[in-house]
Design a protein around this ligand. Sequence first.
Ligand SMILES: Nc1ncnc2c1ncn2[C@@H]1O[C@H](COP(=O)(O)OP(=O)(O)OP(=O)(O)O)[C@@H](O)[C@H]1O
Length: 254
Amino acid sequence: MGTAETGLSPVPAGPRPALTVRGVRKTYPGAGAPALDGVDLTLHNGETLAVLGPSGSGKSTLLRAIAGLEPLDGGTIEFGNHDERLAVVFQAPGLFPWLSVRQNIALGGKYRRNRDRFDESRVEELLEILGLTPWANTPVQELSGGQAQRVSVGRALAVRPDVLLLDEPFSALDPATRGDLQLWLRDLATELDLTIFLVTHDVEEALTLGDRIGFFAGPRGFSQQWIPARDGTTAEQILAHYRGTDSGSGNWII
Ligand SMILES: Nc1ncnc2c1ncn2[C@@H]1O[C@H](COP(=O)(O)OP(=O)(O)OP(=O)(O)O)[C@@H](O)[C@H]1O
């Protein structure tokens, strides 16, 4: 309802969520069944939401829809900041192998729409924060998989995203490196107050990184229960919960 003076809607009380998904529907062309069929979600500022769920339940489709990479058949996706910035990190780093670490990170800010949030000093700051300064001038093709994925996160952070979308970012790495990067990203998220939507198959990863864990049960979206990840919840408890809701098709890494 508008105010008499301005005709504008009153500002809602309290902080706006970083992301609100309402009734999102998506059917891929030629597919018999919808991939998403009325999905709702709220992501709060500064929160990491870890999304678990069986293969084919639609987690990546939802992430891609949030990223604006999938046209929707219905529903809405709104961001708290109207000038929202998103950055996505996928399983494969997707870097330019012949360019240096510094050049790859800087690329994130080179696109015209990101320029106002980017300057060269941001790259140096990120190299330091990410522990990549010693490799700043190294071509990324000479890096290990774990280092390359850190560069990929760095490139995403170069634009100071309001929401960081991570689709199984560490699943191609060996378990030890994966564990190291999970702890590294958790500290980074705290330090930079990041808002993260994380899709993962790895229950331990969800517990390490998530403030909240959601189980994506299928096209209709999340099961009712949201699981807090930071209050002593164990992988076994999560698995027991999912066995109650899962059709049995899940392939969980623990
Ligand atoms: N490009 C596409 N074209 C047609 N169907 C697709 C496409 N991408 C995904 N699908 C279908 O949409 C459904 C949801 O897939 P999606 O990849 O989102 O699931 P997921 O939960 O992320 O799976 P996984 O955990 O295996 O990555 C599946 O039935 C899948 O086969």
